[in-house]
Design a protein around this ligand. Structure first.
Ligand code: AMP
Length: 558
């Protein structure tokens, strides 16, 4: 039984097994098989190290035994917050080995997010990056440990400036045990292997359980749709904890295929281009805002990028004008990817007509993926029309972790996940993402839940009412605009002051508003809810729609 997770209905689970999608393969087996087949070959390159498959498997087993010696056990949740280095892979596979479940967090996360992830998952452990980009995550770890009763074990992978005698933080370098001292647990492939973070529509982010069976299948299907082979060298450009980087086919897919994974510390062309040249990178995955930086970089950087065969672009809308520049600038193929941590992935394919690759997000990676495009009434729209995208299949979740009420809304009765994305299908079956009905801002590749930010804004002194809307942005695609009504007698803040106040609450930087507008009133719908459409039009400087009253606003971004 998947505790607090919703299993696939027996009939479909049986079908996925019978039809060979789920092969009873755990992620630990995936690595063991790769180590047996590709032992001396380089698996990982990063943080100044080159690690062969054989070494990786050995290191993972020692680390697993070390975690076990420190008291981490079967089914324990452990929040993992590490930057793009081989340690992320070592730690996750070590936790898989002892049946513990990593909860993926992003390096940008701060107190608010880490506390929430620890509380929601009931985490017993937290693997922190220590001092990273000027922020002391080890100090954060100590703060959270004093607040979350379940959290007992802190591990730090990097500098720990606040270390003191007798304190509970264990350097990751000291986590080392004898793998042969006792057998590791036998894993059930239908069990949850790890948790991904949802892009979020709710005030508090949700956890997506991913099983061994479903994820090993996802990387296999994505690998085949990306024509991945053992000759591939994958550059992990975006954060490793993104589903896109970890498994579309990404890091896990590359390890399964026997290729090499190279880690980039950041996605800038100055960091990535020399790595592409030095390691002869063949494949990587990026978001449209990163591609724009790369296109600019390609004009003045002289690194040899000729090894690159495919550039996967996804996670946010790719405009045709940018898409058209990929092949000429990088001499490689473009592969558009639509994906979500919840499951469903669609890719354009090698051999698709140019128009398909430039203007669509392609087709599902699995023949067992089921897609529905529905109208507001829940019925399927006529072919080719836009509606909400619903999905179910062998690697699309059946329910968020510990979220029964939300699950009741997020899934149809027959188990389709309501993505909140607006999409249409072309005559030849390709998906085109046209927008979204969920209240999420897609800022570069980062997903910002409007409800979450609004909750924090609303809690600030001097704020009577708050709403956030997306404003279009040439570089990031969208940015976040905070719209505030001040409380009686309160002063209006300027944007930097607002950002400081939000940061002081312990919120990740990418969630801080980019613009600030004060209004005397928020426009309301007939039902008395904030009229986000009217508000978005207002901050774009457009006349509000007919129904919306004219509301004067004051821009306080400067
Ligand atoms: P995440 O789970 O963080 O990967 O976010 C998934 C969401 O990102 C989807 O539901 C879409 O809203 C958005 N998304 C992913 N890929 C694309 C794409 N190629 N074009 C437009 N939006 C996308």
């Amino acid at each position: 039984m998947l505790d607090h997770c919703t299993p696939w209905p027996a009939e479909r689970a049986e079908r996925y097994r019978r039809d060979g999608y789920w092969r009873g393969e755990s992620l630990v087996r995936l690595l063991a098989d790769a180590a047996r087949t590709h032992g001396p070959k380089t698996a990982l390159v990063g943080a100044g190290r080159r690690i062969s498959y054989a070494e990786l498997e050995q290191e993972v087993r020692r680390l697993a035994a070390g975690f076990r010696d420190h008291g981490i056990g079967d089914r324990d949740r452990v929040v993992v917050q590490l930057p793009n280095t081989p340690d992320f892979v070592r730690v996750c596979f070590a936790l898989f080995t002892i049946g513990a479940r990593p909860v993926f967090s992003l390096p940008a996360h701060r107190d608010v997010e880490i506390r929430h992830l620890c509380e929601l998952s009931g985490a017993v452990g937290y693997v922190s990056p220590g001092l990273l980009r000027g922020f002391d995550h080890a100090a954060l770890a100590r703060r959270i440990r004093s607040e979350v009763p379940t959290l007992k074990h802190l591990f730090v992978c990097g500098d720990d400036p606040s270390a003191s005698d007798g304190d509970p933080v264990v350097p990751l370098s000291e986590v080392d045990g004898d793998p042969d001292a006792a057998p590791f647990p036998v894993l059930d492939p239908s069990d949850v292997a790890f948790f991904l973070l949802s892009g979020g529509t709710t005030a508090l982010p949700k956890l997506i359980p991913r099983t061994h069976d479903d994820y090993t299948y996802q990387v296999r299907a994505a690998g085949s749709a990306a024509s991945l082979t053992e000759r591939d060298v994958y550059l992990a450009t975006l954060p490793v904890a993104f589903n896109f980087t970890w498994g579309c086919p990404g890091i896990v897919g590359t390890l399964r295929a026997g290729g090499t994974v190279v880690f980039a510390e950041d996605p800038t062309p100055e960091t990535c281009f020399p790595l592409i040249e030095r390691e002869r990178v063949t494949l990587t995955s990026v978001v449209p805002s990163v591609v724009q930086l790369w296109l600019e970089g390609a004009e003045w950087l002289t690194d040899d990028l000729s090894s690159l065969r495919t550039l996967q672009i996804g996670s946010a809308k790719l405009h045709r004008t940018v898409a058209e520049q990929i092949e000429p600038a990088f001499g490689c193929r473009l592969q558009q990817v639509f994906g979500m941590a919840e499951g469903l992935c669609t890719f354009t394919r090698d051999g698709d007509p140019a128009e398909t690759v430039l203007t669509t997000q392609g087709r599902p990676i699995s023949p067992a993926d089921e897609i529905r495009i529905v109208g507001e009434d829940g019925a399927e729209v006529p072919a080719g029309e836009v509606g909400e995208l619903l999905a179910r299949g062998p690697y699309t979740l059946q329910g968020y972790y510990r979220a029964p009420e939300h699950n009741a809304r997020a899934f149809t009765e027959d188990g389709f996940y309501r993505s909140g994305d607006l999409a249409r299908l072309t005559d030849d079956g390709n998906l085109v993402i046209e927008g979204r009905i969920k209240d999420v801002i897609i800022r570069g590749g980062d997903k910002v839940s409007a409800a979450e930010v609004e909750g924090h804004l609303q809690a600030l002194d001097g704020v009577a009412r708050a709403a956030v809307v997306a404003v279009p942005d040439d570089f990031l695609g969208e940015r976040t605009c905070a719209c505030l009504v001040r409380a009686d007698g309160a002063e209006e803040m300027l944007l930097p002051e607002l950002k400081r106040a939000m940061q002081a609450r312990g919120l990740a930087e990418y969630k801080l508003p980019d613009r600030l507008v004060y209004l005397d009133e928020l426009p309301l719908t007939g039902l008395g809810k904030t009229d986000k459409k009217a508000l978005a039009a207002l901050v774009r400087g457009e006349r509000p729609p007919e129904t919306g009253a004219f509301v004067p606003s004051r821009d306080r971004t400067a």
